[in-house]
Design a protein around this ligand. Structure first.
Ligand code: Z5A
Length: 208
């Protein structure tokens, strides 16, 4: 059956600690699905190209100081609307989403329900792939340590909060495996999700 171009697209989210491999895998998955002829786009949050994204980027680079609640709300405001894209049949591969918002801010000590509140009602992902890598292992990968949250003890707290957010849409993939092995699993999960959406799975809303 040729399922390309029919019905709605799938919202595929990749989550994980810093350097867990999200960006590399989003790029690989995008190329794979495009090669198969699907309408697909890769997005990432924070989207540093927007005016809000530029404020976030300066904060992460320690070039500006913002109160914890303010930066949390800026991350929330940075999440773009996806509904029309998905309804037009485009699959979105998204590098970080609301779960990052909650896990990182809760790891600073903010109340979890308060952190979730601005995200309630956004489109819920069809699948969340969590690339599970121990913080110590992620820290060994290139470039670690340059941005604000890239500290081992903090990343450990973030991992705990991620695990508290797990629900039935999550698939945990061992991100310590080779890039190729992770990639194979992601392709299978993405194809399964796309097929399920094509067969009429309804869009739902996050945490509502
Ligand atoms: N944040 C937040 O607080 N609230 C929010 O709402 C959102 C985000 C959305 C910036 O995010 C920060 O914003 C982030 C959370 C917070 N915390 N910090 N700091 P970001 O997404 O821009 O930054 P990031 O998570 O640090 O992304 P990253 O550094 O690009 O990591 P990644 O995308 O997961 O990994 P990668 O770039 O694909 O790979 C990193 C390196 O590892 C690279 O050299 C790869 O070649 C290598 N790699 C990848 N996979 C493997 C495997 N399997 N084996 C060996 N080596 C690998």
């Amino acid at each position: 059956n040729d399922i390309r171009g029919c019905s709605r697209g799938s919202l595929i989210v990749l989550e994980g600690l810093d350097r867990s491999g999200k960006t590399s895998q989003c790029g690989n998955l995008l190329a794979y699905l495009q090669g198969k002829g699907f309408s697909v786009e890769a997005w990432q949050f924070p989207d540093r190209s927007t005016s809000v994204g530029k404020m976030i980027s300066a904060y992460l680079a320690n070039e500006s100081q913002l109160d914890d609640r303010t930066i949390h709300l800026l991350f929330s405001a940075n999440r773009a609307l996806m509904e029309n894209k998905l309804k037009s049949g485009t699959t979105l591969i998204v590098d970080r989403y609301s779960y990052s918002g909650v896990a990182f801010s809760a790891a600073k000590g903010l109340n979890i329900e308060w952190c979730k509140a601005p995200e309630v009602g956004l489109i819920a992902p069809d699948v969340v792939v969590y690339l599970d890598v121990p913080p110590e292992k992620a820290a060994e990968r290139g470039g670690y340590g340059l941005e604000k949250y890239e500290q081992l003890d903090f990343q450990g707290k973030v991992a705990e909060h991620y695990h508290n957010l797990l629900d039935s849409s999550w698939e945990i993939v061992d991100g310590s495996q080779s890039i190729e092995s992770v990639e194979r699993q992601l392709k299978d999960l993405a194809m399964h999700s796309i097929l399920t959406c094509q067969r009429g799975k309804p869009l739902t809303n996050l945490w509502s």
